[in-house]
Design a protein around this ligand. Structure first.
Ligand SMILES: Nc1ncnc2c1ncn2[C@@H]1O[C@H](COP(=O)(O)OP(=O)(O)OP(=O)(O)O)[C@@H](O)[C@H]1O
Ligand SMILES: [Mg+2]
Length: 235
């Protein structure tokens, strides 16, 4: 079903965290997810190896530039959602994955470097749209935001996105220790112990709202599915 990719040409923007949060929220709803781990650091593969309640989530760790589009296309028929966690750069794997995505989510932290990395992905998407000859739906999610204050740098990023008419999720992903803990202890937010994790309730609320917004956009993108027909015809 829908293919949702996470991309930002700048490293450390929060792609892997945002991708894992979405995967675990989907699994929590009882639906199946295949995650393509195209991040060379393989954090999501390592998370899966922790083996702590990752029911419903399968992780594909081996990807290559020549196979990724076909791998994603095949996975589409095998799970309710396909999520692709990409490297913080622009390479052939990134371009091929984006070209077969229904929705591209671009995580951006409140810094001009992150915004520029995000802008490079948005430019790449518009080039790919001309090649595949259909729109590739995309949106930005602001990440690691401060729950209490909006910094000047974040305000500048928000202004830049607004001026350029870029779709930004209403829900940012707040800076929370609970999100880092997933990579240490495995499982999803639902599996963490509120006695041991600070602000777990708030993290769960934030993740649920963020996931709901992404899934709503993925649902809207799905009826077009033209890339999928294109690949089916070509193969
Ligand atoms: N919302 C958040 N709350 C707390 N920590 C976060 C959050 N988002 C990201 N981090 C931390 O920031 C760092 C970078 O995040 P992450 O690995 O998700 O980024 P990335 O874009 O996937 O990086 P790369 O380009 O290296 O793949 C990690 O240490 C992660 O734990
Ligand atoms: Mg990553």
């Amino acid at each position: 079903m829908p293919v949702i990719s996470y991309a930002n040409a700048k490293g450390g923007a929060g792609k892997t965290t945002a991708a894992l949060l979405l995967a675990t929220e989907i699994a929590q709803r009882g639906q199946s997810v295949i995650v393509f781990d195209a991040d060379p650091q393989k954090w999501i593969s390592k998370w899966a190896d922790l083996g702590n309640r990752s029911d419903g989530i399968s992780v594909v760790s081996v990807v290559s530039p020549s196979s990724i589009a076909e791998q994603i296309t095949d996975a589409r028929d095998q799970a309710d959602y396909v999520i692709v966690d990409l490297e913080g750069t622009e390479n052939l794997i990134v371009a091929n994955a984006l070209s077969v995505s229904d929705l591209v989510v671009v995580p951006i932290q409140g810094s001009s470097m992150d915004a520029r990395g995000g802008a490079r992905i948005l430019t790449l998407i518009s080039k790919l749209e001309k090649i595949v000859r259909h729109d590739i739906k995309h949106c930005v999610v602001l990440t690691r935001t401060n729950a209490a204050v909006t910094t000047r740098a974040m305000k500048a990023v928000q202004d830049f996105l607004c001026v350029n008419g870029i779709d930004v999720l209403y829900t940012p992903i707040v800076e929370r220790a609970a999100y880092r803990d997933l990579f240490e202890f495995g499982g999803g937010l639902a599996d963490q112990d509120p006695k041991k994790v600070t602000n777990l309730k708030k993290a769960r609320e934030n993740a649920a709202l963020y996931a709901a917004e992404v899934l709503e956009r993925a649902k809207e993108a799905l009826p077009r599915k033209r890339w999928y027909e294109f690949y089916k015809r070509a193969s």
